[in-house]
Design a protein around this ligand. Structure first.
Ligand code: NAI
Length: 234
């Protein structure tokens, strides 16, 4: 179904983005990975791009369209998760997190939408369960992810006239590193395990599938049940 469709994945060099790029590649899509780091996945085209920079993003999407014609889907996955005490967050730090995580979703969506002139026409944004719940000292990241939640339904409204669907995924804890997890890390989830990149990649595929065209403006939490779990101490 996605054979030879042009799918752009941001932040495809590592972690969840890498899993997404690999899964769409396995579906025979033509996957283009945008990242500041080199994307090293067989069969995936790499284009270097700082997704927080308007000019770089405008240029990269224009060149993708020149080379491939229409863009069919965009997965806005790139992001940084760094947490600092509010007393240490300066203006530069605030701008860095908001620009990388939130501004990027706006500009990449707009530029991809210009070239979404054929079927599929889907955008998926990576939010976080931190858009809905918090630990202390997470203000910049949480604000960026809450912004993505709102931007998703706003873009879904605006881009509906072009037949473009816009959805979000709010992942919980997704283990992408090589460090050993503890038993308690898994057992505290109703799912009995911490999430993996593939859990998110499959949801991206589901939301991109044109058969699911009744879903737009939605945000799906994928977190092993953690945002529904009551944590009162008895
Ligand atoms: P990661 O750090 O493993 O990968 C992020 C990728 O984005 C990297 O390849 C990095 O080079 C790229 N990137 C960073 N800044 C960029 C920029 N300015 N331009 C282009 N590329 C840039 O992160 P991970 O864990 O795979 O997360 C992916 C997304 O999922 C992020 O948006 C993150 O906030 C979100 N998320 C992750 C969760 C987790 O538990 N891993 C939980 C909830 C959300």
């Amino acid at each position: 179904m996605l054979e030879n469709k042009v799918i752009v994945v941001t932040g495809a060099a590592n972690g969840i983005g890498k899993s997404i790029a690999e899964l769409f590649r396995a579906e025979k899509a033509h996957v283009i990975g945008l990242d500041i780091e080199r994307v090293d996945i067989e069969g995936v085209e790499y284009r270097q791009c700082d997704v927080s920079n308007f000019q770089e993003v405008e240029r990269v999407f224009s060149s993708i369209s020149e080379d491939h014609g229409a863009i069919h889907a965009l997965i806005n996955n790139a992001g940084i998760s760094e947490f600092k005490s509010i007393w240490e967050v300066d203006e530069q730090e605030w701008d860095r997190v908001l620009d990388t995580n939130l501004k990027s979703v706006f500009i990449c969506s707009r530029e991809a939408a210009r070239y979404m002139t054929e079927d599929v026409r889907s955008i998926v944004n990576m939010a976080s369960t931190r858009a809905f719940m918090s630990e202390p000292n997470t203000e910049t990241y949480s604000a960026s992810k809450g912004g993505i939640y709102a931007l998703t339904h706003s873009l879904a409204a605006t881009l509906s006239e072009r037949g473009i669907r816009v959805n979000a995924i709010a992942p919980g804890w997704i283990h992408t590193g090589s460090e050993e997890l503890r038993k308690i890390d898994h057992e505290q989830h109703w799912s009995g395990r911490v999430g993996k990149g593939d859990d998110i990649a499959r949801a991206c595929l589901f939301l991109t599938d044109p058969r699911n065209s009744f879903i737009t403006g939605e945000c799906i939490k994928i977190d092993g049940g953690m945002t529904h779990k009551m944590i009162y101490e008895h």
